[in-house]
Structures are given as C-alpha cells and as structure tokens.
Design a binder for this molecule. Sequence first.
Ligand code: PLP
Length: 421
Amino acid sequence: MTRSKIPDVRLHDIDDLRLHSRMYDAVIDDVDGRRIRIGNDWLVDWASCNYLGLDLDEEVIAAVEPALRRWGTHPGWSRMLGNPRLYPDIEERMTELLGSGNTLLLPTISQIHLSVIPALAGQGTLIIESRAHKTIYDGCVFARGLGATLKRFRSKRFDELEALLRDVTARPVMVCIDGVNSMTGDIPDLPEYVRLCREYGALLYVDDAHGFGVIGERSPEEPSPYGRRGNSIVRHTAESYQDIVLVGGFSKAYSSLLAFLALPTSVKDHLKVAAAPYLYSGPSPVASLATVLAGLDVNDKRGDDLRTHLWALTRRLLSHVRALGIHTLNTDGTPIVELPISPDHDLIAVSEKLWSAGHYVTLAPYPGVPRDEVGFRVQLTSAHTLEQVDALNAVLTDLAAEGALRRSIPAQRAASRLRRR
Ligand SMILES: Cc1ncc(COP(=O)(O)O)c(C=O)c1O
C-alpha cells in the first residue's frame, strides 16, 4: 500500500523521530541489569516502566517454570469459558491489597478502556480530563460512537469540570482521569474529584497505571513519602471506593501482562457479560499470571524496601534538576521525570548527546505532549543504582550548561530580572 493511501494524521514530528532517531523503534540486543545493548552500545535504560525492578527479580523469574509445567504456556480459553485457578487467586489477593469491593482481571488497560468505558457510559455523558492517557480517550471516542456524549475539561480546572457537571443532561455521568500522570508524574487531587463527582451524582473512572505498585496507603511508619504497600491512588489519598472505578495494570511496576479493575461485585458481574475482552479475547499468558502472583509475594515481603530505594534514586535526580534550575513537570516526587528541552534546540540532537554519554530515555515529541513540553522522560526503577543516577546527572549538567534544557519558571524570572537591570 502506498503512503498516499494512509490518512495524514499530523504525526510528522513522531515520524521524524522514527526515521532519524536511534531512540525510537529500537531493537534491544541484550539486557544486563538495568543496562541494555543496542548494536555495539551498552546504555543505561531510563525508558522502561519496571518501577519495582521485578522483571529482574530472581524470586519472580523462578516462579515461571513451575507454573508453565502445571498449566502449559497459555490458557486457550477466553475468561468466560475457563479460568485457570491463578485468576481467582490473583483477584482475591488484589481485593485484599487494594481494599476494594472486588477485582476483575483483563489482559490490558487499553482493552479495559475500550470495553468498560462504553459499557459504563451507555447513552450517558463522559467528561474527560485533557491530559488523560490516549487509551482512555480512545475508549471515550468509542463510547461516543455508541451514543454517549463526550466533553473535555482542562487539566486541574475544577471550575470547568464543575460547570460541565452542572449542565449535564444525559445520564449516567462518568468523569475519566489519570491517576499518577504518565507524562508529568503528577498525583491528581483525587479528594476534590471525588467530592465533585459525589455532589453531582457522577462516577469517577481513574487509570492509575503508573501509581499502582509505587504509591500506597500513608502511615506514620512509612519508610518513604510513597506510602506503604503500593496499593495505588485511592488508598494513597485515604479515599473510599464509593463512586470510584479504579483501573490499573501490572505491565509497569509488576512487569507482567495483566490489568485490573477495582469495583463493586455488582459491576463486576455486569462486566462479565458486557465487556468484550472477558467474553471473547485471548487471556494473559501463564508466565504473566505466575509473575503477578510472585510479584505480590515480593511486594508483601520487600515491596516497601524496593520503594524506599526508588524514592532515594528519584530524590537524587530531582534535587540535581532543581539545583541546576531546569524545568521538570514532576512536582510530586514520583519516578517519572519529564525534562522539556529549550525551544531553540532539536530533540534528536539532544537525544544523541544522551546516547553518546550512555543513556537511553523516552523521547516526548509533539503531539504526544504540548509544544512547550517537548523533551524527554526519565523513568527510575528500583533496579537502578545511585551511580547510574549520578552519571545521568552529570550529562544533565552538561546539557543545562549548553542551554539545551528549558529553565525552571523561577530561573527564567531571575534571568529576565538580571537582563532588565
Ligand atoms: C496511563 C496509561 N494507561 C494505559 C496504558 C496502556 O496500558 P496497557 O499496555 O496495559 O494497555 C498506559 C501505557 O503506557 C498508560 O501509561
């Protein structure tokens, strides 16, 4: 098929990266701890979302073979037809960990959004936050095609959300947001969202793909500000699950292909007949179900230690970034650190400097992020070391000295005050 037969979807900047950047569409030849080999180059990997480092954990790896011996490599049934016992075992453990009414497992979060958002919205109204993940937006667009009304409000603009909630005509109403935001690392003000949703009789649908496993319930004994147990944003903000559907996944912190919904039993029963992936999709591989169970064991035994190390690494990076006076979208100390580049610098040139110094990051081009946030994202995991963070900090110092990184707002103001004098 020729290129002219594919619709032009304004993805030029991304296509440019695909064609010209080594940090796009790369083939990884080897993995050694949190280093990867691409061709002849060994690079520190800051692009994976394996926040707890469970992809490399011996206890988790050892759990795979016995499960394969017992269950074979892959359950051949959709969930409606047959569930290896691993499924109810994980759902029970998750319900206890999250403190939710019940839990439903499906293979991926994308599948959940595409099937559950339309099933819950019906002919009602969906109100989506402007920075919510693309896969939530896709689920909402699909629901709109089936008769729902779709509205959008700008991030953090509770006044806009309230105005939309007040004017709603089609019910039911569901507000869709990210938990820990995948690009900024921000933890949203969940209590304010819940308050508004309850006041106006709406359901709150939260995708905490990046918070699950990292942030959890607060406690006076907590070893880091991430809280304890990594049981996600509802527990982190001490909310109840009333009027909230929480979605999360194991493909980030737990390094496994599986996703979940925390929901009341009545909604779970409804989705067992209304959500297509439960009825018709192939299931998660046995290896993933086994690594989730082993990961939950590790979380019980060592999870808070892993998170404490993750926090120490993140704090070291963020302190350096702040000392350099460069801008990051990260305000809450989560292990997702986006660093926008200066408007007069080229993303591919900056990424080549990072590569030459031995670092592999996630590039953030337009339209994935707004123009003034184009840059790169660093994800820390508990499998990184302090030495690796120090090496990255040294490259950031050089990039900042060259003026390649956008300065923080206070640093910009100070510079313009100096210019005026
Ligand atoms: C916030 C968020 N939601 C959903 C997804 C997609 O998850 P899955 O791979 O389970 O479909 C991602 C993946 O990066 C994400 O960051």
